[in-house]
Structure formats: C-alpha cells, structure tokens
Design a protein around this ligand. Structure first.
Ligand SMILES: Cc1cc2nc3c(=O)[nH]c(=O)nc-3n(C[C@H](O)[C@H](O)[C@H](O)COP(=O)(O)OP(=O)(O)OC[C@H]3O[C@@H](n4cnc5c(N)ncnc54)[C@H](O)[C@@H]3O)c2cc1C
Length: 532
C-alpha cells in the first residue's frame, strides 16, 4: 500500500495552505475533503442558475500577504476587489456612511456629532498603531511562556521590549483592549450611538458575547489588523467569490505536486502503537501516511476522528472545555434588482461596501438577550454585502446576490439544536423582515433564498456547534492556549498527528496562517511530532 508523506484531512483553505507548503517543500501530500467542493467555509457555489454565492465567508481581510506571495496566488486566479465603504441606515430615515476618503467620512459623522467627527481619525490611528504592534503575533507560532529554550526566552524578551517601547498611552490602550467591552472602549472616544453601534459589532462577530461583554474590545483589534496593510482598502471581495481564495491555494498545491480528493469523508485517524499512521474513510478505504494533519476543529479532530480511547483525561477535558457555541447564521439571496434603501435611495457607492444593520447599542443588546435565553434574535444584527455590484461575474446582468451575515443565531436553541430545521424558515423570515424595514421592495425582488443556521453549518460544513472560527476567539482561547495549553504549536498528544485549522494559532478568519505555520512546524519537526 502506498504510504504518503502526509495526509491532510479537510480541504478548507487552511488544510489546502498546509498541503501547498508541504508539497512546495517536496513532500508527497494527499488532501481528503468530505464535500464535493473544496474550500470549507471559504467556498463559492452556484446555488441558483447564474448566481455564484460566497456561501459562508464573504469578505477577505486577514489573508496573510506573505502567503499570497509564497504561493503566488494571483498566478492561480486570486484577485481581491476593494470595498469602498461601510454604510449604516437607521430607522428614523437617516444614514451614516464611512468611506475610504477621510474628509467624506468626517462630513458624514459630523451630521451626528461634530466631536465624534474630529475624534474618529485619532481613534483609527490609535487602533492601527496597536494592530501594527500586535500583528507579528499572527504571523508567527504562538509564544511558549513556560519554555526555557533560549530562542523562546529571547522571543519573550523581545515581546516585553516591544511592549516597553510603546508610548504610555498605547500601553494603557492595550490593557483596556484586553479587558474591556467594545462599548466601554468606544464610550471613551465617542458620544453618538449611530457611530458606536456599527463600530461595536466588530467585537462580537463569531462570539457568543454581547457588545457590553468584557473581552469584546480585543476582537475590534483583530478587525483592525486586516486593515493596516493597505489601510481601509485592504478589505475586499475575492473575484468570483470567496471560494477563489481556496481554489487558488488548491491550484498552487497541485502545481507543487499535491493530490487532492473531494467526496472523501474521513471516518477516523488510524492510531497504532500510540502513533498516527493514516486514516480510514467512511467507505472503509484505508490510507497510510508518515503524518496526518487535521484541518478540522479541535472537537471534531479529537472527539470524533481520534476518539477518547487514545487520549488522556486531562487533555480530553481541556478540549471539551474549549468553547465552540456558535452564534451566527447566514442568509444568501438572489434578487432581480438592486435593493433600494429608503434612507439613501439609488445605486450609489454606499452599496459597494458592507452594510451594517446595527442601529443602536440597545438594539444590539436586545438581539443578544434573545440569544442568551435560547432563541434567535427577532431583530438581529446584519452585516450585508452585495458582491455582484463590485464583481458582475457572480450574477446575471441587472440581477444581484445579497449576502447577510446574521447574529445572533445560537446553536443551542431552547428546543435543542436538532430542532433548528423546524425553525430555519422562521429565522430566514426574521432576517428578511429586518432588512426589508430599511429596503421596502426587497421581498418582491427575491428569486431564491438560502438560510444557514448554526445547525446547518455543523451538518453541511463540519463546523462543530456551527462555530465559524473553529472555537471562539476569546482571549483565554488564543495564542499559547489555542486549542489547549501545551498544544498550541500544531502538535497533538499523538505523535505524527498534527493540527492546521482555525482552532489553532492564530485562529479563525480567512488568514491561511494556521495552515502555513503548521506546515512549517511539521517540516522543522519536533520531539513529539516526529519530523517528516
Ligand atoms: C457563515 C460564515 C461567515 C464567515 N465570514 C467570514 C468573513 O467574511 N471573513 C473571514 O475572514 N472569515 C469569515 N468566516 C470564518 C472563516 O470562513 C473560517 O474561519 C475559515 O474559512 C476556516 O477555514 P479552515 O480551513 O480553518 O476550516 P474549514 O473551512 O472549516 O475547513 C475544514 C474542512 O474540512 C472538511 N471536513 C470536515 N469533516 C471532514 C471529514 N470527516 N473528512 C474530510 N473532510 C472533512 C470540511 O468540509 C471543510 O472543507 C466565516 C465563517 C462562516 C461559517
């Protein structure tokens, strides 16, 4: 039987990035993806004739520039089209749009608060300084605070030195970011609710927390990290849909010799004499390899593919405690005309960015209240994009795709998660009703609708509890604790079994960094993991 150098379980963009780096280093790599299409949560699919949807993730911001360069992704079809604006309509008929042009933004904010208009650029600069400071953390393996290895100690010293080098005001800012809620942080800077609410939502995306929950300020920083390489314009759509990120990485991997199979559902990892030796597919096929690397989340990897028998109780407890608890859903629409916002009618550039339905802090807190007590938000926070305006290739002429990211949709509804299918259409209705309050003709324009609940994200995409980031991005689950202390460097307690998905450092989002850093760790080898 053929023995591969490495089997990558899961053809999400991180699994593919891991495979591409391993193949580029000359390793004989096989990727096994359960679905008929590659990409996992970074996927494009034609769900309705002529309309291509970015089914799950919809904007690209954190994809690491060094990965784009190393794998020559533009050569394999990757093109990022910039987002122009952030638009927020309000129920009273007013609206606020933040543009890439600072002067235009200043004028828009001044209509709500002159003070906020003056402070806004200062806030952006402070966040960008801190994001620039924090950014090296997402481009390198997590620090090992308990290690006495001289290289690790030097890394920690450098980290401390970089903190000392920050201005006092930024040291204080960083401490606040690590501990405060998004709203508490924004309250220190701004007075108008209309500005604070659409800014605060960046702190809650993918978490089961409210905008007033401590810890959400940090997630704002994560958001700013995506914006600093090319300022505001670093946010964008992948031309052809988000799946083009994955497809271009897959083509790079193939170019370097990797083999990729779809419709290959891995049932379990083979563990013999305590080491990973291959996988068994659900149809019984056995495939051997010198190393197995899982691009699935920590729960799926250890509790399903490996199974408790091969793991000690302490490690199992830590993995079970790793919080998944999905809180988001998605509604994708095909429409026969552009939505018209009553607060700013017409086909203007304000529709070419992201649109936040987050009219006030109180609205967001009420949305969270529904979720806390086991229901989806009756009036949810929506992050809406219309990619067909920027990339006409994804819809027929004159028609459009609308993507609505929705929060909150808790995995554990009070009836039990398995009852989500009965609630799915009611959830979809709540989303469409909410958007239609701002765009009156919306309902009549809908040709097709796809509703994804956290249950669907689990069933269809393998995301445990529908968590979009393979585990919450809360501080206690980051860096050297992701997914468990002592196992934050892509290794697992089982020699020759590795991890490379978003449940590892530096976490979720379309970054590619977990996959690329995992491959580098595998190639360097290590005591526990055994080098390739
Ligand atoms: C609704 C939604 C919206 C999002 N929006 C954004 C956004 O706009 N921007 C952003 O940056 N991030 C966004 N994210 C997060 C981002 O998409 C994910 O963090 C990232 O794509 C995860 O990539 P991954 O490769 O680590 O894992 P996944 O994409 O989860 O890949 C894992 C792969 O493993 C496969 N698999 C599962 N089980 C098996 C098995 N037994 N055998 C073989 N294969 C298996 C799955 O099918 C999947 O292809 C969003 C996510 C979701 C769900």
């Amino acid at each position: 039987m053929k023995k591969w150098d490495a089997i990558v379980v899961g053809g999400g963009h991180n699994g593919l990035a891991c495979a591409a780096y391993l193949a580029k280093a000359g390793k004989d790599v096989l990727v096994l993806e359960r679905r008929h299409v590659l990409g996992g949560a970074a996927v494009s699919e034609e769900l309705y004739p002529g309309f291509t949807f970015s089914v799950c993730s919809y904007v690209v911001s954190l994809l690491r520039p060094w990965i784009i360069q190393d794998l020559e992704l533009p050569k394999f079809g990757l093109e990022i089209l910039p987002l122009e604006a952030s638009f927020s309509p309000y129920p009273d008929g007013r609206a606020l749009c933040r543009w890439s042009d600072p002067e235009l933004t200043r004028r828009e904010i001044a209509a709500f608060s002159k003070k906020d208009a003056e402070v806004y650029p200062e806030f952006g600069k402070a966040m960008s300084r801190l994001a620039r400071w924090a950014k090296p953390v997402i481009d390198a393996p997590a620090p090992r605070p308990a290690s006495l290895n001289p290289r690790e100690l030097k890394g920690l010293l450098d980290f401390g030195q970089r903190f000392r080098d920050l201005e006092a005001v930024d040291q204080e800012g960083l401490a606040k970011l690590m501990t405060k809620s998004a709203v508490d942080l924004l309250d220190e800077w701004f007075e108008s609710d209309q500005l604070k609410a659409p800014m605060a939502v960046s702190g809650i995306i993918g978490t089961f927390l409210g905008v007033r929950s401590p810890g959400t300020a940090y997630v704002l920083l994560h958001h700013y990290m995506g914006e600093i390489d090319g300022a505001f314009r670093a946010w964008g759509f992948a031309k052809g849909g988000t799946g083009m990120v994955s497809d271009s990485i897959a083509d790079a991997a193939r170019h370097h010799g990797a083999t990729i199979r779809t419709e290959a559902d891995v049932d379990r990892v083979l563990v013999e004499r305590g080491e990973a030796t291959g996988v068994v597919l659900s149809d019984g096929e056995e495939i051997s390899a010198k190393a197995v690397v899982s691009g699935l989340d920590p729960h799926a990897t250890f509790l399903k593919l490996v199974g408790p028998d091969h793991l000690d109780d302490d490690f199992l407890t830590r993995i079970r405690r790793f919080k998944m608890r999905g809180s988001s859903g998605k509604v994708n629409l095909a429409v026969d005309r552009l939505p018209e916002f009553s607060s700013r009618p017409g086909d203007g550039p304000h529709l070419r960015g992201d649109i936040a339905i987050a009219p006030s802090i109180e609205y967001l807190e009420r949305a969270y209240d529904d979720a806390k007590y086991g229901d989806f938000s009756r009036r949810p926070y929506l992050n809406v994009v219309i990619p067909s305006l920027v990339d006409p290739s994804v819809a027929p002429p004159g028609k459009h795709v609308i993507s609505c990211f929705v929060q909150y949709a808790p995995y554990s509804i009070k009836e039990g998660p398995e009852h989500w299918p009965e609630r799915r259409e009611a959830f979809g209705d709540a989303v469409v009703d909410t958007l239609a309050e701002y765009c009156p003709g919306l309902k009549e324009s809908i040709l097709f609708r796809q509703v994804l609940t956290p249950w669907d994200l689990e069933q269809d995409f393998g995301l445990t509890e529908g968590n979009i980031f393979h585990g919450e991005l809360s501080l206690e689950q980051l860096a050297f604790q992701r997914p468990a202390a002592g196992f934050a460097h892509y290794k697992t307690p089982i020699p020759r079994l590795w991890m490379c998905g978003s449940g590892t450092h530096p976490g979720g989002g379309i970054m590619g960094a977990p996959g690329a850093l995992a491959a580098k760790a595998m190639l360097q080898g290590s005591l526990l993991g055994r080098s390739l």
